[in-house]
Each structure stands twice: as C-alpha cells, then as structure tokens.
Design a binder for this molecule. Structure first.
Ligand SMILES: [Zn+2]
Length: 108
C-alpha cells in the first residue's frame, strides 16, 4: 500500500509511505503518516518520481530537504494505538502501581 489510504485501526485518513533505509533501520517498511504535512512532525516525506511515497526520520545529520515535507507519524496520533499503550481507565479493583508505590509508607 502506498499513497492516500486509511488506518486499519482507527479508519482515519493517512498517507502510506515506504520507509527509506536509515542509520538503525533497514527501510522498506510501510509507515502511515498524517495525510497532510504537519510542521510538528519528525518524518520527511517525498514523492519518488510520480509513484511511491517515501519517508524517513529527520535527524540533525540529515535535516529536512527542500523537496521534502514534514509529516507526523500516524502512530503518534492514532487513537487506537494510544488506547493500546495507555489505558485511561483501569478495570475495577486494579490499582495503578505508581500510585501504590507513592502511598506506601517509607521504611526507616
Ligand atoms: Zn490509526
């Protein structure tokens, strides 16, 4: 999949890109980013000729080029992904570990 599409998890419109090989990644992965450019993003997106959309991580060593646009990785804004990572409401009877630790009396 490459080009405009939808996130399979939340059905929001995204732009499917193919990742370029980077310093730590082999590339060639499919990565959804925001459908429109987003100056707050960290992913440089360009069009390879008239066909494939290519993305890469912007770094200090490889800053954004004039032929690229900044997009936000969809993972950062996907409500479905957020739900998987951070459950806002815990099931009844389940205590947050961080709060339990904070409330535990200090041992001398
Ligand atoms: Zn999504």
């Amino acid at each position: 999949m490459n080009g405009p599409g939808r996130c399979p998890d939340c059905a929001q419109p995204v732009l499917w890109t193919r990742t370029q090989p980077g310093a730590t990644t082999a590339g060639g992965m499919q990565m959804p980013v925001s459908r429109l450019p987003d100056p707050a993003g960290n992913t440089a997106v360009r069009r390879d000729g008239t066909t494939a959309w290519i993305s890469r991580r912007v770094t200090n060593a490889q800053p954004l080029m004039g032929y690229e646009r900044l997009h936000m990785p969809h993972q950062a804004t996907c409500p479905a992904a957020r739900q998987k990572q951070l459950p806002l409401e815990l099931p009844a009877g389940v205590a947050r570990l961080d709060e339990r630790r904070r409330n535990r009396p200090r041992r001398p």
